[in-house]
Design a protein. Structure first.
Lengths: 569, 306, 286
């Protein structure tokens, strides 16, 4: 009772390219009251595993092999839909990643939270509503009491996820499946939601399968950790042992290549270092191992003075950037960290005149950058570039790599002949670790990490001096992220680039930056060197940001006392 | 919600005014129009026009008089049959068309929506292919082909329903079937597409994870989202039903507003034509307001008026 | 995920379309109908308006493949000639609506802001008015004119095209590759034509293919009401009208043009659906 045992689970998908084995024979067990973390990157099969338990996968194209999923002495994979329905939401519940799309926009939140009780005929509708109100109050969603007819779009992301938790636990199931429930949330919100989840589950005696790509996050609440890679389980152990004595090279790599707040190396280890030590699977960019001596001068390359960016919305005008001033010396990296709504993205884009500023000045090399259409615009466009977050949307799907990289040269009259331009493009591709054979391909033929490298190459075509990196590694797996960060660092050394590095991830920002500014609601609340921000934060908000980071991601030498170590309220 | 209604009504007023003004000027200046001095017009009509439109007064006065008449519902005398007022003619003919339109809409919704829903639930089975092929055929068959075919099959051959006229409820069947089935085809396809898309949404997966039955998912979770495209289609559908009424009333010899309008067009009965145009325009605007309200009722996010 | 040869999105789409049997059958059918319509009047020994009063209402036989009508005119000639007219109206009106609609929608979506709001308000107003009323009004005031006919039809159908183009443009405008283009200093013109437009071609083709049957249907309704092409010219619409009137006496008069018309519409709709699946694999069909 209350024990889930997965034996030799095999799940394949029929796609146009053939049969893909998403899960390739895994064994997993969760005992009553246990919290098990399932960790893996994209393509590891963790989500497929999680969805298989409740038979939520569409059955073509998914196909199951011989394995079993045992629950209460039944094999869940053999149950018919009727019996399965009685288990779903009652004995086993599930919460998902994106609370906006996972809640029905046409039903009130209260109705949705009460629904499992009605479906499983546990109590009558009026009673169910009352219980739902109680549960929502318990998870901290108080708005519903005053406005019982609220709809999901009237709540913030964190509140919606709390509502989902309430909805999943209201029937007091024996097992909760949590598929990346905090991935879409801000760091501070994430910490709160996690602690609510942990408290409630321990109070109700619910066992949890917590799926995530973030090993450090999982360590916050799991008793045991299972790590998956390409459809197989590569290691499982209790949490402390996974961190202190990882056995499998992939797990070692996962732990090593994520920058914590204490990382002080110049280069992050990558998965390849562990899995194929000594062998080069991807071409390493030319000109590695940058010298530690910085080419930083005292000269300010980019400066913003009292910048204000305003947007008009339905509720009136909102100041996304509210009187912000920054100075970035040449050759250095200035980090900008903040949560959603902090204004960091707007700041980055307004520096490049991609969005119009309301007031304030921007200076490049001491020369003021006017609004759009000013006489030196093309010159500035050459010198200031940007790399975006989503590598899938950053490249025109209809252009080959060659076309995409040659075009900026044509627009800015660089290179005197077609042959010369192509040669420059090939050099750039090699500089980012790709090659000539990639010229004639289209973006959809590349992986996310490769596409981001192409975007870096494209940004370099105009020989810029300043590049804004707008969350450019946020959408990536940790292993790929490490490669791109290393690339950016080595390019900075070899070309003397200046960066504005924007991210919500303090660890990554600290790794990349010399100076850091912390933004909240459009203003810079704290600024300082990277070391000082971590060691000696001056403001409560910065302290809260640091505390919200899972302990394992804060420091490699964290004292592993679990589970009562909670990162604040 | 109330703000939405008020704002829509306020938007409607200038639209109507624009249409009224446009028609005013179009008729004044169109070559071969009734006010073209080269046209030979029977004396008695000339007198009536003169008095009604104030043709001896300056243009701006004429315009004001025109607007004043409109607001009182006075659309002038019929050009072709001067002893009748246009508004009287509309008043007699419109209820007929209204009945036809409502019946057709009812048939379209009652056939189309269930067909689309079932097709979506049993995708790629014969319950999907058959109705969808039929609906494709429905879209490709103009009403003036379907009508005569139905007359031939159900009336001439089987003698089930009378083919022409509009004397009693039995007459209502064939015309509303013809028009209704045509729109049922569109609605079935829209419903199917809307339901399929909704059924793929994340929140439907959440509902499944809660243990909801297929029926519950269909009615409580997917229906609203899936039917939204149909509601959006209602706007142009109303327009289409009005258009369709012209054809249907011609085929089945029904004395509705559509037939009057087309006849007036051929007879060059300008006042009748213009009056009907204005009437239709107001009707459409009212109907679109209703559609907007329906949409707002279905979709909580649409209730906030921007 | 590197393949040995590059595959552009266009080529992928073409392969998907090829695999869709209904769509390919529709394509062949359309080609066949177009061919017959083009060559028919030339091959036939009778002209479409040649009257032969002693061979009235002949059922189909070897001399008159499709039979004759009430004035002894050969139906095969009239049907194929009508095909030319109907297809021409369909294609030309669609072209008009395409040019107007795409430009309007693209500009409205790209410029955004107040301009967009006003442009769309105009579209909304026009969209809800039954166009036939205005076509009739125009016909009454300005007389009947072939050019006016398809301009009027095209001028109404552009609304849907504009809406779809605008929706797609807004989607794309926010995609990062457009912002990257601006950051790289590309001019607005370059962005519109080199980056935006090629990515709009997919939906444009789909809706153009679906607009042609809608236009042909509209033309047929106008012909039915007597406002379409004037005798002795014939379109499928006017032929069907005549055929429907004489259905009891001479069913072939309705059957042949009706069949051509419906098959063409059928094929166009299936092709449009097939294109939609081929160009957007995430569509709700599967």
């Amino acid at each position: 009772m209350g024990q889930l045992t997965i034996r030799n689970l095999e799940v394949s998908f029929h796609t146009r390219e053939g049969i893909i084995r998403a899960v390739d024979g895994i064994d997993l067990a969760i005992g009553p009251g246990e919290i098990v973390g399932l960790v893996g990157e994209s393509g590891s099969g963790k989500s497929v595993t999680c969805n298989s338990v409740l038979q939520l996968l569409p059955c073509p194209p998914a196909q199951f092999g011989e394995g079993k999923i045992e629950w209460s002495s039944k094999d869940l994979l053999q149950l018919d839909e009727g019996k399965m329905r009685r288990i779903r939401g009652k004995e086993i519940s599930m919460i998902f990643q994106d609370p906006m799309s996972c809640l029905n926009p046409f039903m009130t939140v209260l109705d949705q939270v009460a629904e499992p009780l009605i479906i499983h005929k546990i109590c009558k509708p009026a009673e169910a509503k009352r219980k739902a109100l109680e549960m929502l109050a318990k998870v901290g969603v108080h708005r519903v009491k005053e406005y019982p007819n609220s709809y999901p779009h009237e709540f913030s992301g964190g509140m919606r996820q709390r509502a989902m938790i309430a909805m999943a636990l209201i029937t007091q199931p024996a097992l909760l499946l949590a598929d990346e429930p905090t991935t879409a949330l801000d760091v501070t919100v994430q910490a709160k939601v996690l602690s609510i989840l942990r408290e409630l589950c321990s109070e109700l005696g619910v066992s949890v399968l917590f799926v995530s790509h973030d090993l450090g996050l999982v360590a916050e609440l799991a008793d045991r950790v299972v790590v998956m890679y390409r459809g197989k389980v590569v290691e499982q152990n209790d949490t402390a042992s996974i961190f202190t004595h990882p056995k499998h090279p992939y797990v070692k790599a996962l732990i090593a290549c994520r920058p914590t707040l204490e990382t002080s190396d110049d280069r992050l280890p990558t998965v390849e270092d562990f899995i194929n030590p000594g062998k080069e699977t991807e071409k390493s960019p030319t000109d590695t191992s940058p010298p530690k001596t910085s080419s930083r001068s005292a000269k300010t390359l980019v400066e913003a003075k009292r910048l204000v960016v305003e947007f008009t919305t339905d509720e009136g005008s909102v100041r996304a950037v509210n009187d912000v001033s920054i100075k970035i010396p040449q050759g250095s990296t200035h980090g900008l960290v903040g949560e959603s709504g902090s204004g960091k993205t707007s700041l980055g884009r307004s520096l490049l005149n991609l969005i119009r500023r309301k007031s304030g000045e921007i200076l490049f090399n001491g020369i003021p950058v006017g609004h759009k259409g000013h006489p030196h615009e093309k010159q500035f466009r050459k010198s200031m570039q940007i790399i975006f977050q989503d590598p899938y949307a950053s490249l025109n799907p209809r252009l080959t790599i060659e076309q995409a990289l040659v075009e900026p040269m044509i627009v800015h009259n660089l290179g005197s002949s077609k042959r010369e331009r192509i040669k420059r493009v090939i050099d750039l591709l090699e500089e980012v670790g790709l090659g000539e054979e990639h010229l004639a391909r289209y973006p959809h033929e590349f992986s996310g990490g490769q596409r981001q490298r192409i975007c870096v190459a494209r940004a370099l075509t105009t020989e810029p001096e300043f590049i804004v990196c707008d969350e450019c590694v946020s959408a990536m797996d940790v292993s790929v992220q490490a490669q791109v960060l290393n690339l950016l660092k080595s390019l900075q050394a070899s070309r003397g680039l200046t960066y504005l590095f924007i991210s919500h991830d303090l660890g990554v920002v600290k790794f990349m930056s010399d100076q850091i500014s912390v933004m909240q609601k459009g203003q810079i609340v704290e600024s300082g060197s990277a070391e000082n921000i971590y060691n000696d934060p001056q403001t409560k908000y910065t302290q809260q940001l640091i505390n919200s980071i899972p302990a394992a991601n804060r420091s490699k030498n964290f004292s592993f006392t679990h589970p009562s170590v909670s990162p604040g309220p | 919600m109330r703000k939405l209604i008020i704002s829509r009504v306020l938007q409607a007023v200038p639209t109507l005014w624009v249409i009224a003004t446009l028609t005013f000027f179009m008729t004044r200046y169109a070559p071969g129009g009734p006010f073209d001095s080269e046209r030979a017009i029977p004396e008695e009509i000339k007198i009536k026009l003169q008095s009604h439109f104030g043709l001896d007064r300056p243009l701006f006065d004429q315009y004001l008089l025109y607007l004043k008449n409109l607001l009182q519902g006075d659309l002038g005398p019929s050009f072709k049959y001067p002893e009748w007022e246009v508004s009287e003619l509309i008043a007699t003919a419109f209820p007929v068309s209204l009945t036809l339109g409502l019946l057709s809409l009812l048939i379209a919704l009652m056939v189309g929506i269930p067909a689309g829903m079932i097709a979506a639930l049993r995708k790629n089975s014969w319950v999907d292919y058959l109705p969808m092929s039929l609906s494709m055929a429905g879209i490709c068959l103009p009403t003036f082909v379907l009508g005569p075919l139905l007359i031939y099959a159900l009336s001439t051959q089987l003698g089930m329903f009378p083919p022409l006229g509009w004397y009693g409820p039995a007459d209502w069947v064939l015309p509303s079937l013809t028009l209704g089935l045509f729109y049922a085809a569109y609605i079935a396809r829209l419903t199917r597409a809307g339901m399929l898309e909704t059924l793929q949404q994340d929140y439907v997966r959440t509902a499944r994870a809660k243990g909801a039955t297929s029926w519950r998912i269909l009615t409580k979770h997917a229906a609203r989202g899936g039917l939204l495209p149909v509601v959006t289609f209602l706007g142009p559908a109303f327009a289409g039903l009005i258009t369709g009424s012209f054809v249907i009333e011609s085929i089945f010899f029904i004395p509705g507003l559509g037939k009057f309008f087309v006849t007036a067009a051929f007879n060059r009965d300008y006042t009748m034509v213009l009056g009907t145009v204005l009437f239709y325009a107001s009707l459409i605007i009212l109907l679109n307001l209703l559609v907007d309200l329906l949409q707002a009722w279905l979709d909580p996010k649409a209730r906030q008026e921007k | 995920m590197s393949s040995t040869h590059s595959s552009s999105l266009g080529r992928d789409a073409w392969l998907r379309l090829r695999a869709n049997k209904m769509a390919m059958a529709s394509l062949f059918l359309l080609a066949a109908v177009a061919l017959i319509s083009l060559l028919g009047p030339l091959l036939c020994s009778y002209s479409y308006d040649q009257q032969n009063l002693d061979r009235v209402f002949q059922s189909p036989d070897t001399t008159h493949l499709f039979g004759t009508d009430n004035l002894g005119r050969d139906l095969f000639a009239r049907t194929t000639y009508g095909g030319r007219i109907s297809l021409a109206v369909g294609l030309l009106a669609t072209l008009v609506s395409l040019v107007i609609g795409v430009t309007y929608g693209m500009l409205s979506g790209y410029c955004g802001g107040r301009l967009d709001a006003w442009m769309m308000r105009l579209v909304d107003v026009l969209y809800s008015l039954p166009f036939i009323i205005f076509v009739i009004l125009l016909m009454v005031l300005f007389g009947r004119n072939f050019l006016l006919l398809f301009l009027a039809i095209g001028a109404v159908e552009w609304l849907t095209m504009a809406r779809i183009t605008r929706a797609q443009t807004i989607n794309l405008k926010n995609a990062e590759f457009i912002e990257a283009a601006r950051a790289l200093g590309y001019s607005h013109l370059r962005i519109l034509f080199h980056h935006l437009l090629p990515n709009l071609i997919g939906p444009i083709i789909i809706y153009a293919t679906l607009t042609v049957p809608a236009v042909m249907l509209l033309e047929s309704v106008l012909s039915f009401l007597g406002l379409g092409v004037q005798a002795p010219m014939s379109s499928w619409g006017s032929l069907i009208k005549e055929g429907a009137e004489k259905m009891d006496a001479a069913p072939w008069l309705l059957f042949f043009p009706g069949m051509f018309f419906c098959l063409t519409l059928f094929a166009l709709n299936f092709l449009g659906d097939g294109l939609r699946d081929a160009l957007d694999p995430k569509s709700s069909k599967d």
